[in-house]
Write a protein that binds this ligand. Structure first.
Ligand code: SIN
Ligand code: CO
Length: 400
């Protein structure tokens, strides 16, 4: 993809568009998107996934359906022979945060850029042999289940009022799942599920599924981050919700004023009508990475001028795969992995550019090279490890 191009949009079914999806389906009802990514073939195969699951830095799980108790879950990392010795049926291997460990694959998530980037959580990839599944369950977050290889039959139904879960099982698999609809998905098809829909996906043949997962702060996290005393403590499971989301809120990196209003309304409800005066706390909360997935400090040998020379000389400016970035609508604040940076007027364009593109070359950066204030900010972000020199293909260059 060229450095300044946005990911191509999904292939929407007839009569649907991103605007209509947000209006009629987002956080409201499931939707089958046949051929959402035409020609999509999982860039990871079963062996590569197994390799990731053996890596101690990668979060992975093996779910087995048979045994006593049923639905056993084993957390990775796995030894190679644990995975090669598995039977030909009845299990699933799931790997989280593939977009962080293999940042060149994060472009798959960019295809879902009609949802604000701060709402994105991770790409989880699963492999299952025929008949494999993780059981019927309910998730608290929105997800697009994108078929990458083989086929999987998804059944969905309402969340049971009193979910019955097998008492000894290590997974909250719903025994009283009552499916109402069923579809078989083939590569390139996707199924959107809002939170709270019970679902069960069974592999028809060797099957790879990509889950494009979103996250939303809990009311408890919002109140704690806002730093106001709670007069009515929030319940454990209440989450920020945006069924009224509009497409213009999804500009890359943007935290929209409507998102701030929603968050402030939640805080006010729990804190005696008071809403916090600034938005720093919200940007810091939603860009907080998982603590084991944080970009380490960058190795920078020179100052802003040396950095500029390296970029002019052909190095790319690459966003670190683990970095979460967001910006305020007025352009004055940049949030990086839970911290706030004040943005000067001269730097605002560069901030939008790095929030929009995972990789920038000298041509895209041309208007900014030679501007000391801008190069100062770029240097700060490179020192922090949020931006690196190099390319997505070759990994970051060692240092400048
Ligand atoms: C899977 O990929 O097997 C499970 C995904 C899900 O149900 O959320
Ligand atoms: Co699920």
């Amino acid at each position: 993809m060229p450095a300044d191009a946005l990911a191509p949009p999904l292939n929407w079914p007839d009569g649907l568009s991103a605007e209509r999806f947000l209006r009629d389906y987002w956080q409201k009802q499931p939707l089958l998107l046949r051929g959402a990514l035409p020609g999509f073939e999982s860039p990871l195969g079963a062996d590569e996934l197994a390799g990731l699951a053996c890596d101690p830095d990668v979060e992975s799980r093996l779910v087995r359906e048979s045994g006593d108790p049923p639905w056993q879950v084993q957390q990775g990392p796995f030894a190679e022979d644990q995975l090669t010795g598995l039977p030909g049926h009845g299990w699933s291997l799931l790997v989280q945060d593939v977009d962080k460990h293999l940042p060149e694959l994060a472009v798959i998530a960019d295809r879902f850029g009609f949802v604000p980037s701060w709402r994105f959580d991770d790409l989880m990839v699963s492999f299952a042999p025929p008949g494999g599944s993780v059981g019927a369950h309910v998730d608290a977050y929105d997800v697009f289940l994108l078929q990458g290889a083989g086929q999987r039959t998804w059944s969905i139904g309402p969340q049971p009022e009193r979910p019955l879960c097998h008492p000894e099982a290590q997974l909250r698999v719903i025994d009283n799942f009552a499916p109402e609809e069923q579809w078989t998905l083939f590569p390139g098809d996707a199924l959107y599920l809002p939170p709270g829909v019970a679902h069960h996906g069974v592999a028809g043949e060797n099957c790879i599924t990509w889950s494009v997962g979103f996250r939303a702060p809990s009311h408890q996290q919002l109140v704690a981050a806002a730093g106001l005393p709670a007069t009515r403590p929030p319940s454990d499971d209440a989450l920020y919700a945006d069924p009224d989301l509009r497409l213009e809120e999804a500009a890359p990196g943007l935290i929209s004023p409507r998102a701030i209003d929603r968050a402030n309304a939640i805080v006010a409800r729990h804190c005696g009508g008071k809403a916090p005066p600034s938005m720093h706390w919200f940007g810091e909360l939603v860009t907080q990475p998982k603590h084991w997935l944080r970009a380490g400090p960058g190795e920078v040998a020179g100052g802003p001028q040396e950095l500029e020379a390296a970029l002019k000389g052909g190095d790319l400016l690459v966003r670190h795969g683990m970095t979460r970035l967001a910006r305020s609508a007025d352009g004055q604040l940049l949030f990086v992995d839970g911290d706030t940076f004040a943005v000067a007027e001269a730097q605002a364009g560069l901030v939008t550019l790095v929030c929009t593109n995972r990789e920038l070359d000298a041509r895209a950066l041309a208007p900014w090279l030679g501007q000391p204030e801008v190069m100062e900010l770029v240097h700060t972000l490179v020192c922090r490890g949020a931006l690196c020199l190099g390319s997505l293909e070759n990994g970051p260059a060692a240092s400048i």
